[in-house]
Unconditional design. Structure first.
Length: 364
């Protein structure tokens, strides 16, 4: 697929009054580590908190009049759910959001700030699609996929078109790969706006379906999702994958140790980590018997193992230095006696007189 620069300019201009042209920042310590000049396109400053607001906005702007009147629907566990709900509200369009019951409550609450039509379902993809199809048919809604939709991909392309406009002499753009919408959009923009820059995909080795798909030239799937980078556990789609095949030459796989190594590199240049904060993770399963095997596995990987990985790498330096804090944030529900889920907390004593404090901060 070839999208001209003129076409991408039209997309960018049509979205300009709705999205933020996010800042591009750099850090001298990172430059020293990489022995290169590295720039960060800070999409965490985007409306709704992620680049997916661009995707949702462009999809909403390209609806026909009939679909605008009937409304839209998507299924998402977080970022795209928030993005589509907000983008729809901005255009006075009704949105229906399907979210798994174990999605983080703060993400559900963010969605509920912009739409009343939040429907929960079991966490499996089959249940998400089944619930979505049912609600879509009932209200005659237009379905917008979080990553496998051309208008979504073109909305994502504006990240790179802005970046190249700000920093014209880029050699490479490193792009994380989950569902493939951002990678495909980045590739289209890079092809149109630069004659020297190359987009390289990056994904965890433990969920390297995109890497394997690029090699085999067919969509591959992950049999397990055991990675710290939980946002990159989704699969490619039949719309974004052909674009990736056309423009992406390589995808780098990063193992879990390399991901964690960021902590060690930060320690070298910052003089040590004094306080390490971990967020709670996920929850929301209604009860022991209602929880699926996939629910338990996902909760275990995110809520328990991710904190263990982090503590394993920051605790030694704190013990050597003689002080430091590990702060684990959790829901107030963790202190309540409920019939749903109980996750045990294990504290290990520190040797000698060394000090390392684990704080379980439960907001009320």
């Amino acid at each position: 697929m070839n999208i001209s620069r003129k076409s991408l300019d039209i997309v960018k201009n049509s979205m300009s009054k709705y999205v933020i042209n996010t800042p591009v920042l750099k850090n001298k310590e990172v430059n020293l580590i990489c022995d290169s000049e590295v720039f960060f396109k800070c999409e965490n400053f985007q409306k709704s908190g992620s680049f997916k607001f661009r995707a949702a906005t462009n999809a909403i702007l390209n609806l026909n009049e009939t679909d605008r009147k009937s409304g839209v629907i998507t299924h998402s566990s977080g970022n795209f759910a928030q993005a589509l709900a907000l983008a729809s509200k901005n255009q006075n369009i009704t949105s229906h959001i399907i979210m798994p019951k174990n999605a983080p409550n703060f993400k559900k609450n963010a969605v509920l700030k912009t739409t009343d039509n939040l429907i929960e379902c079991k966490s499996t993809l089959v249940d998400r699609e089944k619930t979505t199809n049912s609600v879509q048919a009932k209200y005659n809604l237009s379905f917008i996929h979080p990553s496998n939709d051309l208008d979504v991909i073109l909305g994502n392309s504006t990240v790179v078109s802005e970046l190249i406009q700000d920093i014209s002499e880029l050699d490479y753009i490193l792009c994380p790969v989950g569902g493939g919408g951002l990678l495909a959009g980045s590739a289209l923009s890079c092809n149109a706006y630069s004659n020297k820059c190359e987009v390289i995909g990056v994904e965890p080795l433990n969920v390297n379906d995109a890497y394997r798909s690029l090699k085999s030239k067919k969509i591959e799937y992950n049999l397990k999702t055991d990675t710290i980078a939980d946002g990159l556990r989704t699969n490619l789609g039949n719309i974004n994958f052909p674009i990736i095949l056309d423009y992406i030459k390589s995808i780098i796989c990063v193992n879990e140790d390399e991901i964690i190594n960021v902590i060690e590199e930060a320690n070298k240049f910052s003089g040590g980590i004094d306080i390490f904060c971990s967020n709670a993770g996920i929850g929301g399963v209604p009860g022991f018997f209602e929880a699926e095997v996939e629910d338990w596995q996902k909760i275990w990987e995110i809520n328990v193992q991710s904190h263990i990985h982090a503590a394993k790498h920051v605790l030694p330096q704190m013990l050597e230095r003689g002080d430091g804090y590990l702060v684990n944030k959790s829901s107030a529900a963790g202190n309540s006696l409920q019939s749903s889920l109980a996750i045990p907390t294990v504290c290990a004593p520190c040797p000698g007189n060394k000090k390392a404090i684990l704080v379980n901060a439960s907001p009320r």
